[in-house]
Ligand binder design. Structure first.
Ligand code: FES
Length: 80
């Protein structure tokens, strides 16, 4: 596995809480999108930690092609 799998064509809206850590799936293979479930083990991918400064709703990248991991930057609108 050298390229991430496109898990979704749209981002995942999630209400995150200040003080909690979130582990975003970078490989796209997790069954618990947008978060890591350990499926990446044995690949070149590692999950990305996200620790919000405030409680709010964020949009985690689902296409795994974002340039601002782990959040959506609109890259899902680009052709595959
Ligand atoms: Fe995708 Fe862990 S399952 S990074």
């Amino acid at each position: 596995m050298t390229n991430p799998v496109r898990a979704s064509n749209t981002p995942f809206a999630v209400k995150v809480e200040q003080g909690k850590d979130y582990w975003w799936c970078a490989c796209g293979q997790s069954k618990k999108q947008p978060f890591c479930d350990g499926t990446h083990k044995g690949s070149t991918f590692s999950p990305i930690k996200y620790s919000p400064d405030v409680s709010k709703e964020v949009h985690f990248c689902g296409c795994k092609g974002t340039g601002s991991q782990p959040l959506c930057d609109g890259s899902h609108k680009n052709p595959v």
